[in-house]
Design a protein. Structure first.
Ligand SMILES: [Zn+2]
Length: 152
């Protein structure tokens, strides 16, 4: 999937999981968006393996949990927000023809529905529409308020 699709979807999912409504919600939405792009840093030799598996997600989560225990950022759920964005990335990539090496380094098998190309227009459009629908749903009170404000 394209980077924009990953970011939008990650931010939408973080809202669905209630991360926006806790202390530091907008920051956590950003962290989730960041988690949605980090996995593609493995573009290159180990693409869709090194950073697209469950073990690296667990490892990163534990590392962040450990770090946030000693460094107080004043905002809870930073590890959860990042990992959520990261998992949403793996989920979206599982729809691409290549799939994702979910159990790497223990298995090199690629898993997923493998239905579309990662830069495919329709596939990206579909998930962008899903993300925007979630965002509009979550922000519906603000949307309604703004819409009624514009009428007068
Ligand atoms: Zn990816």
């Amino acid at each position: 999937m394209k980077r924009t699709t990953h970011v939008l979807f990650a931010v939408a999912i973080s809202g669905l999981m209630g991360l926006w409504s806790v202390n530091g919600g907008p920051f956590l939405a950003l962290i989730s968006g960041l988690g949605g792009v980090i996995p593609d840093l493995d573009l290159g030799k180990y693409h869709r393996r090194l950073l697209h598996n469950l073990f690296i997600v667990v490892l990163v989560y534990l590392l962040l949990e450990y770090l946030t225990r000693y460094i107080d950022f004043g905002i809870p759920y930073i590890p959860q927000a990042l990992v959520l964005g990261w998992l949403s990335h793996i989920f979206l990539d599982s729809f691409t023809v290549r799939g994702v090496a979910l159990f790497y380094p223990f298995s090199n098998r690629y898993y997923g529905l493998k239905k579309c190309r990662s830069n495919g227009f329709l596939c990206n459009l579909f998930f962008i529409i899903v993300s925007i629908a979630i965002l509009v749903y979550l922000l519906r009170d603000q949307v309604i308020h703004y819409a009624s404000f514009l009428q007068f």
